[in-house]
Design a protein around this ligand. Structure first.
Ligand code: B3K
Ligand code: ZN
Length: 874
């Protein structure tokens, strides 16, 4: 396999100006004819034109209407190379043939299990449709003609506007009757990764949105007819997104039609194809009975995300795939802000930071660690990572923290002014932010080029006589593969200082005030949060005029993606912050820090099989198992699990009466489901309490949960009760699971939750059940949602995946190898679970390593899985 490097980037020798595609879709084979207007970059020479193509059969090539003999072109399994081309603009016509029915990789054009044709081209799937310069800096205007059997595929969709459609009088292909056609024209030039085509039996929910300049946009969400009632929330989310982007960024939708299609088989969440977003059904369909609060929130966020891509990704796109975070980091940041504005800001922030910490910090500490802008890849699909997305979003958020909301908006405006219609780089974004604010941020660029989570150690000293408070910062970025030595980066450290009453002290002055964003709040009043600009390895900041020794609140709102270490912050300080901090994120964080500390302290005892001391914590949701394992020298899954379970039970037994009261008081009197902050908060508190209670496995708590299960009027409550019951092995659990399956067996998305629940079980010995479930009628290896439901959660369990006998690792290797033959993208996501094997004890290391080696040496392995397996072993 070939590794591709950022430093090797070269522009193409040919531009593509317009592309006319013609598809004749049919059961046996699909033919694709493309007619491209090609503009040579240089009129004095004609370099070879190298087109990408995979699993495509070449039928013919014509240059300016003249057929080239196929013996004269160079054709390999990856490329079609054309030589001796005109130096003037010319027409290139290519005929080709593909087989969507046998395409199980779900990239390129494929046939979904629901019977419809659909496409997925990002990152490099267009080359599975036809020969093309498949890279994002080749931007062209596309016209797409689709012909297909009218009865089987009544709806034909592509990007842009429908400019023609009708029945075919004389069939153009294979002598078939009953064909019809549609012609779509997209007026905006775009890279081929944004191309989309859908054909099938679909029905739409229709609505309209009036833009702020007064244009009416048609909105259509397409699903099989029976699912249309479940698209109401998605449509609502779409309209909210359109309005939000106008209000917050002044960005208006640019076409008269916006389509969303839901498909049951999709490798990831959704795809932002120009004006034809394609979504995993899971992120479109919702009803109170079948979807939880978490599902509703995810739909809102992802509908927003894909819609926001229209500007950040589509109008301004990436020069090359190394720049992926240019569109993804920025768009994730935008969807986070959108969801915050639509719901609770601190709750959203806490969730996002928790994800960053568990998934991204772990990636950044393992063999797959890479910068937000990677330097190289074998398979681009492997770099749609939490680093590029979530850490990338943190990088964008830091611009806003550094420049302020208004400064950030100015930077965005300049970015669009300069780059609309272009394919650009992360430096271009950086330059727009810098220039719009005349800011000096140069060290900040290191966030794009250096992997690894910085460790920021902050210690303090108060000088009562001088009334000054010194904050001493030290930053250190750990080595990562290929990057042994790091340079300090620019870390915005948001700090608040609390007085003994728990109020924010006014921060008036800083000794030689240099490296500070401002000591004024946005309204020009005195500051209560200061943003210290930490850009050296070691640095001191001294606050002046402080009448008493403060309790410091560091890294407010998680102002930078770092691991914060605070040797001078005491447990009393943490309790004080938990009670008083005006920064809600840091109030939560104080509890988490205490939870982490206390559990880590208990781990040696658990490892020695000692009785665990009594413990009552303040925070209710404890840091997760993998977060704790990450903080240990040698991760011990069994001890971590024992301790966390113990702490949960301790809390539950100490607080049993409070939890019981919480459940009773937070039941809804209204059977009607409303997805709003108030009701969500109420449900999540009630269900959290129920979960704690059931950890006790007592007769009355089981009875209570059964009752909640039976009386639930929405999926959030029903599923939470079921999850609570499933903590404890036995008949009650088995019967509840059977009952749930019986009730919902015809609703795939609900059955997937049922799979998740069993897969994530921490009842020891679960591998046996996993094997049984692989053969269950509800499971299908070809469907990514099934794999993500059944296999993914299993790999996140401490006790079962990391079972001492290696059975979990072996199971995963088997599944990966089977899956790789069908869908390499999904297989490679699965194998990543093995990549951090070096964290564990020797026994587990050798078991996991053996499975990785077994995978790596398998014949015919995909590049996707090869890249992860080999890098994990390196
Ligand atoms: N841009 C797509 C992701 C495509 C993944 C390709 N392997 C979805 C998104 O981030 O919006
Ligand atoms: Zn995206």
């Amino acid at each position: 396999p070939k590794e591709i490097f950022l430093k090797d980037y070269k522009p193409t020798g040919y531009h593509f100006d317009t592309v006319e595609l013609k598809f004749v879709l049919s059961e046996k084979k699909t033919t694709v004819v493309s007619k491209i207007r090609v503009l040579p970059r240089n009129s004095s020479e004609s370099p070879p034109l190298v087109l990408d193509g995979r699993d495509v059969k070449l039928l013919f090539v014509k240059i300016n209407g003249e057929e080239r003999k196929l013996e004269e072109v160079e054709l390999t399994s990856r490329h079609l190379t054309l030589k001796s081309l005109p130096v003037q603009p010319f027409d290139l016509e290519i005929g080709s043939e593909i087989h969507p029915e046998t395409n199980l990789s779900l990239e390129g054009l494929y046939k979904s299990s629901s019977g419809m044709f659909c496409t997925q081209c990002e990152a490099e799937g267009f080359r599975k449709i036809t020969f093309y310069q498949d890279r994002p800096d080749v931007m062209a205007k596309f016209t797409t003609r689709i012909e297909a059997d009218k009865a089987q595929y009544p709806v034909l969709l592509s990007n842009g506007n429908l400019i023609d459609s009708g029945d075919l009088e004389s069939p153009t292909c294979c002598g078939q009757n009953g064909f019809h056609y549609a012609v779509w024209e997209d007026p905006f030039k775009k890279p081929c990764y944004l191309f989309a085509l859908v054909a099938g039996q679909l029905t739409s929910r229709d609505d309209t949105f009036k833009t702020r300049s007064g244009r009416d946009v048609q909105l259509r969400i397409w699903t099989p007819a029976q699912d249309v009632p479940k698209t109401e929330h998605a449509m609502h989310a779409l309209k909210l997104s359109m309005k939000w982007d106008e209000d917050v960024y002044g960005l208006e939708y640019d076409l008269d039609l916006f389509n969303i299609v839901a498909v049951p088989d999709f490798n990831m969440g959704a795809m932002e194809n120009k004006s034809l977003n394609i979504f995993n059904s899971k992120l479109v369909l919702a009803s109170a009975e079948t979807a939880t609060d978490v599902d509703y929130a995810a739909i809102l966020g992802v509908i927003g995300h894909e819609y926001f891509h229209n500007w950040t990704g589509n109008r301004v796109t990436c020069r090359d795939w190394f720049q992926l975070s240019l569109k993804e980091g920025l768009t994730v940041f935008r969807d986070q802000e959108f969801s915050s504005d639509m719901g609770s800001r601190p709750v959203k922030r806490i969730g996002d930071v928790a994800l960053l910490r568990t998934a991204q910090f772990s990636e950044d500490a393992g063999p797959m660690a890479h910068p937000v802008r990677p330097h190289s890849y074998i398979k681009m699909d492997n770099f749609y990572t939490v680093t590029v997305y979530e850490k990338g979003a943190e990088v964008v958020r830091m611009y806003q923290t550094l420049l302020g909301k208004d400064g950030f908006r100015k930077g965005m405006d300049l970015y669009f002014e300069r780059h609309d219609g272009q394919a650009v780089t992360c430096e271009d974004f950086f330059a727009a932010m810098r220039d719009a604010n005349s800011a000096n941020l140069s060290v900040f660029l290191r966030w794009y080029s250096q992997a690894g989570t910085p460790i920021l150690t902050v210690s303090t000293a108060y000088d009562a006589a001088a009334r000054s408070y010194t904050v001493k910062c030290k930053q250190e970025i750990p080595s990562t593969p290929g990057q042994p030595v790091k340079e300090p980066t620019l870390i915005p450290l948001a700090v608040g200082l609390l007085n003994s009453k728990g109020e924010d002290m006014v921060l008036t002055e800083l000794l030689d005030g240099g490296s500070l964003k401002s000591l004024k709040d946005t309204a020009g009043g005195p500051a209560k949060t200061a943003v210290l600009l930490v850009d050296k390895e070691e640095q001191e900041f001294t606050f002046l005029n402080l009448p008493e020794k403060p309790v410091p609140s560091f890294l407010r709102n998680f102002s930078a993606p770092v691991r914060l270490v605070t040797p001078t912050v005491t447990d009393d300080d943490l309790l004080f912050l938990l009670a008083h901090d005006s920064d809600e994120f840091n109030r939560w964080e104080a509890g988490q820090t205490m939870g982490r500390k206390l559990m880590l302290d208990l781990i040696p005892k658990a490892q020695r099989n000692e009785q665990l001391a009594e413990f009552v914590a303040k925070a209710l949701t404890l840091p997760g198992e993998s977060e704790l394992m990450d903080l240990m020298e040698v991760a011990d899954p069994d001890a971590v699990h024992t301790v966390r379970k113990f702490v949960i039970r301790e809390l539950a037994s100490k607080l049993k009466q409070d939890f019981l009261k919480t459940v009773t008081e937070n039941r809804s009197s209204d059977p009607h489901y409303t997805f709003d902050h108030k009701n969500k908060a109420r449900r999540s508190l009630k269900n959290l309490a129920l979960g704690y209670l059931c950890s006790l496995d007592e007769a009355d708590t089981t009875e209570l949960a059964l009752n909640e299960y039976k009386s639930a009027t929405n999926m959030t409550d029903q599923f939470a009760a079921l999850s609570s019951l499933c903590q404890n092995p036995g008949d009650v659990r088995d019967e509840a699971l059977a009952n749930f399956y019986e009730q919902w067996k015809d609703e795939t998305l609900v059955v997937n939750k049922w799979l998740v629940l069993q897969s994530m079980s921490d009842i020891p010995g679960n591998v046996k059940n996993m094997r049984r479930l692989l053969d269950h009628p509800s499971f299908d290896m070809k469907n990514p949602n099934k794999v993500y439901s059944l296999i993914g959660p299993f790999c996140r369990t401490a006790v079962n995946f990391h079972a001492k006998d290696g059975s979990g690792y072996e199971f995963l290797a088997e599944v990966t190898l089977q899956l790789d033959k069908m869908n390499p993208q999904v297989a490679s996501r699965m194998v990543s679970s093995l990549s951090r094997w070096k964290r564990f004890d020797e026994g587990r290391q050798s078991l996991a390593k053996a499975q990785l080696e077994r995978i790596a040496k398998t014949d015919g392995l995909s590049e996707n899985v090869f890249e992860i397996a080999s890098k994990s072993l390196a």
